[in-house]
Design a protein around this ligand. Structure first.
Ligand code: DOR
Ligand code: ZN
Length: 475
């Protein structure tokens, strides 16, 4: 047996075929062997994984990293530190930065800056709002495009000009341009016209507080979400473009996606941790107001999300990690329309889901598929990422399913310095994160260095070849 850099010994290891007791040999950043326990003895370094589950590192396809432009909330270093702490080895940024990443020039600049700062591997979803830029963005190696159907009213962030399109004809142009690249189009579904009417009704009655905001986004069982999802699915059918729907939270939306999948449409979707752990309680809306909005997800709706997770309607978990400062949130008690939605998520979501694994709500294997295997396949970085097999990058997270802890603001790595889960008890904790064989987090302490992370294009990516044939890599 040739010498290896690192041997991860004694763990219960996830593989696509199930969990097995294996020792993992890592050399030059890649997995080079999966061995019967005790078979390999020689390694430059040994990492003891006794009593731990060894999972593929998490891939978060939806991280608001905030740089450039909003670095008072978060930046590449702090976002990826929080990622490393949470078991995330590949974090994909979002385009609502300043300037918004809707041109190739801006994406190129962002990648150059991020490369020098990130602690874990990265990519970035540019805004696919300018059709002529779409093919140029693919040539830079992006994994997908993002379009918000939201236009902010009352505030100018997080949905500023340049990233939002609510005109159906323009959306059709975008679907067609993205379809030519073969990459997925991620959309935040939202019916701006219905929302304009609905929110005016609240404002006329003088209702601006978090309760009013929560209700407005959920009026008529979430009509603003469902009409948008209906439109997106129809545009998908018309164009054949791979559609990835963000922020699933309504039973109506789930039902439409389920039917579209049954009919063979190329659609995938995500659920966010806030939908099943935070926004899913009216009591929390009342007590925590701006600090949990986002969006209210009524109890029965959250149950439907769990069903969608278990029956495969929901493909993956995207964190929607969306840090904002306390000052920005405080404004929301008075007028929630002036306060930005979203909260930090990336550091805590694995523990929150592991707690549900311990409670028997979701199998650990399903969780791995939602958080790494499926995102890697859908976004074209599999089998380099998202799995544990010979030849894959040694992106791993060790978890202790028995360890309990209370999440706290003091331990959070996000720049905004708070987590909506402060005080919550969890059972199941990431204890070590490795990116390409290098430990970046150990026992909750981030030890990775800024600039270690690499830009990860689609596996079959070549800037010379036509993007369409190169990147069709979905399951
Ligand atoms: O609540 C949200 N926050 N929704 C979004 O669409 C964006 C995000 C953010 O960037 O803060
Ligand atoms: Zn988002």
């Amino acid at each position: 047996m040739a010498q290896v850099d690192l041997l991860i010994r004694g763990g219960h290891v996830w593989t696509p075929g199930g969990f097995v007791d294996l020792d993992l040999a890592v050399h030059q950043g890649r997995i080079v062997g999966l061995h019967e326990p005790g078979q390999v003895r020689d390694a430059s370094e040994i990492l003891n994984a006794d009593g731990q589950h060894v999972l593929p590192g998490l891939m978060d396809t939806h991280t608001h990293q905030r740089e450039p432009g909003f670095t008072h909330k978060e930046d590449f270093i702090t976002a990826t530190r929080a990622a490393a702490a949470g078991g995330v080895t590949l974090s994909v940024g979002m385009p609502n930065v300043n300037p918004p990443t809707n041109t190739a020039e801006r994406l190129q600049e962002l990648i150059a800056v991020a490369k020098k700062k990130v602690l874990v591997d990265f990519n970035h979803n540019p805004a696919g709002t300018i059709p002529s830029e779409i093919p140029k963005l693919a040539k830079l190696g992006c994994l997908a495009y993002k379009v918000f159907m939201v236009r902010d009213t009352g505030r100018d962030y997080p949905h500023m000009p340049g990233i939002g399109i609510d005109h159906h004809g323009q959306l059709l142009d975008i679907f067609e341009a993205v379809g030519e690249t073969g990459l997925p189009l991620m959309v935040h579904p939202h019916d701006q016209q219905l929302m304009d009417t609905i929110e005016q009704r609240y404002w006329k009655r003088g209702e601006y507080d978090p309760r009013a905001y929560a209700r407005a986004y959920r009026d008529y069982e979430g009509i603003i979400w469902d009409t948008a999802i209906g439109l997106l699915l129809r545009l998908q059918k018309a164009t054949g473009t791979r559609l990835h729907i963000l922020h699933m939270s309504t039973p109506g939306g789930l039902e439409m996606v389920r039917r579209a999948k049954d009919a063979g449409q190329q659609v995938t979707c995500e659920v966010n941790p806030w939908a099943v752990f935070l926004g899913n309680s009216w009591e929390r809306v009342e007590k925590m107001g701006p600090y949990i909005l986002g969006f209210w997800v009524p109890d029965g709706h959250a149950e439907e999300l769990w069903k969608g997770i278990l029956d495969g309607t929901i493909d993956l978990v995207g964190t929607d990690h969306a840090p904002h400062t306390r000052e920005e949130k405080e404004v929301g008690w008075e007028n929630m329309w002036k306060s930005p939605g979203g909260e930090p998520q990336i550091q805590d979501y694995l523990s929150l889901f592991l707690t549900e694994v311990n409670a028997g709500r979701i199998p650990l294997d399903t969780l791995v598929r939602l958080t790494s295997y499926n995102p890697a396949r859908i976004f074209g970085v599999y089998p380099r990422k998202g799995t544990i097999q010979v030849g894959s990058d040694a992106d791993l997270v060790l978890v202790d399913l028995k360890q309990e802890k209370v999440i706290s603001n003091q331990e959070t790595y996000t720049k905004c310095g708070w987590t909506p889960y402060d005080g919550r008890r969890v059972k199941g904790v990431p204890t070590c994160t490795l990116v390409r064989g290098k430990i970046v987090m150990k026992e909750g302490k981030v030890v990775g260095e800024p600039g270690y992370g690499q830009f990860i294009p689609p596996v079959a990516f070549s800037s010379e070849s036509s993007a369409r044939s190169a990147t069709r890599n979905a399951p």
